[in-house]
Design a protein around this ligand. Structure first.
Ligand SMILES: Nc1ncnc2c1ncn2[C@@H]1O[C@H](COP(=O)(O)OP(=O)(O)OP(=O)(O)O)[C@@H](O)[C@H]1O
Ligand SMILES: Nc1ncnc2c1ncn2[C@@H]1O[C@H](COP(=O)(O)OP(=O)(O)OP(=O)(O)O)[C@@H](O)[C@H]1O
Ligand SMILES: [Mg+2]
Ligand SMILES: [Mg+2]
Lengths: 265, 265
């Protein structure tokens, strides 16, 4: 079972779009996929047509009330199960503030469940708070979506030091396994230059024990494509909404690359 | 003196790009402009070539140590003064947690200073925490940049209720005066549809005492233009970096519209 958290504390860089469409592509390829929506905004849930309802259980109840993951999760497509979110989760940061082991609740709830899958993906909110920490203690891998703009590297050191601390104190298996460039404006010098800067940043890592010693940008770049922004309003993945679009092609390529990396693990 | 906070708790929607280029355009038109960078990421400061240095005072010292605004602010261009930020400000949320009147410190520091300007603009971080609250108690107007994508309206009610509470408890002058669509992908149905949804949302406001009773989308839409993403890496406004670009044209139009609204206030 490969477990991958989709993380970047910057907002609007393509985390949810990647979590949803990579999940959908992996599911279409025949893998059992479990997608956890860990963002109170619940965009990943909405993207797949799961609408948070009052009174209907969500990941909030799993984390705060020990609700059963197997009862809360919903099979939304063949091979694709979603653990949906809800705005109530916004209160989790405060409600969990005093709780012992507040960063490992998700990991414990998963261990207590009958969750089986080839791939577990976690869509995280744009922050490094208790929700993202729960993802970091749950998974083996972090996938980092980045917009290839100036200052894309600016927040990176904070994320890397968080991965480092979690790796040392709570989860020795944790690795930054890949970086995926999203909203890539092809044929612009800016995208090419920022991509090169990020590549050389990760090439220069010299400590083989570092959690990002093997991190590198994925070969697949997700090009800017309006279809990717339209699909969520229909509650569909890009493969349902516009299967012949560049967005669909790119996320299919990304899934191929992820699967191949899985062969070598 | 018009005071405008640039606010949206969503990340990456164009707050900083708007704060910087609108300030630059107003300054070029001959207005005295004071730009306050209230984001610990300090992107607005970096965008204008102000690089946060260790030991150099920033807005952090103004808010936490009663440093003098007049000594910390830097005149960076003709008619344009910046109160720069610094990553230290990230600690402000915690450090101010217990402090009485923590939401009005900026307002008090400005009152204690000799700040004079035709326009005060405040670039806010992507959150509704104590920093953004300080902006909301300081200004008369809120300008809301939005990306015309699905779910753009999704976070809006939270922002509006925050404006409502601050207006009732701390700042009766506070108004949402405008919405500006950023990163507008022209000729896409998505942008046109979301724009219409937002327009009708604000047309249907029926309580004339509401802080958004007079809010409406600006006629000017800021089109997606790679030059706007390139300019910050040179520490320049769009007018210095690419004065004939669509980005420059659009922000000049926005400034015209803002100035005209000023005539009628
Ligand atoms: N390659 C792309 N081309 C065009 N639009 C895109 C692309 N990727 C994402 N988008 C759109 O950009 C917006 C932000 O993307 P997304 O929601 O995936 O980012 P995010 O990092 O999850 O944001 P948040 O930090 O708010 O959770 C969305 O409206 C999405 O539909
Ligand atoms: N109209 C545009 N066309 C192209 N790129 C743009 C445009 N507006 C902003 N950008 C780029 O998009 C990215 C996000 O914009 P910006 O930093 O202004 O958003 P923000 O709301 O201030 O983000 P944050 O929430 O992180 O403070 C930046 O790299 C910026 O240069
Ligand atoms: Mg998201
Ligand atoms: Mg900003």
């Amino acid at each position: 079972m490969r477990t991958i958290a989709i993380i970047n504390q910057k907002g609007g860089v393509g985390k949810t779009t990647t979590a949803v469409n990579l999940s959908a592509a992996l599911a279409e390829s025949g893998k059992q996929v479990f997608l956890i929506d860990l963002d109170p905004q619940a965009h990943a849930s909405l993207h797949l047509g799961v609408i948070p309802q009052e009174g209907e259980p969500s990941i909030y109840d799993v984390l705060l009330d020990e609700a059963d993951i197997d009862e809360v999760a919903q099979e939304v497509r063949p091979n694709l199960t979603v653990l949906p979110s809800h705005l109530d989760l916004a209160a989790a940061e405060l409600e969990l503030a005093g709780e012992v082991g507040r960063e490992v609740i998700l990991r414990d709830r998963i261990a207590a469940s009958e969750l089986t899958a080839d791939y577990v993906l976690i869509d995280c909110p744009p922050s490094l708070g208790v929700l993202t920490l729960n993802a970091l203690t749950t998974v083996n891998e972090v996938l980092l979506p980045m917009q290839p703009h100036f200052l894309a590297l600016h927040g990176l050191s904070k994320l890397l030091s968080t991965i480092d601390v979690v790796g040392r104190r709570l989860n020795p298996q944790l690795q930054l396994s890949g970086i995926v460039f999203c909203m890539y404006d092809r044929a612009t010098r800016l995208a090419a230059e920022v991509t090169r800067d990020v590549e050389s940043f990760f090439e220069q890592v010299d400590d083989p024990t570092s959690p990002w010693a093997h991190a590198a940008p994925m070969a697949t770049k997700i090009r800017r494509n309006i279809r990717l922004a339209e699909a969520p309003s229909f509650g569909q993945s890009i493969f349902e909404y516009a299967p012949y679009s560049n967005g669909a092609a790119d996320y299919r390529c990304l899934a191929e690359e992820v699967l191949e990396a899985g062969e070598q693990r």
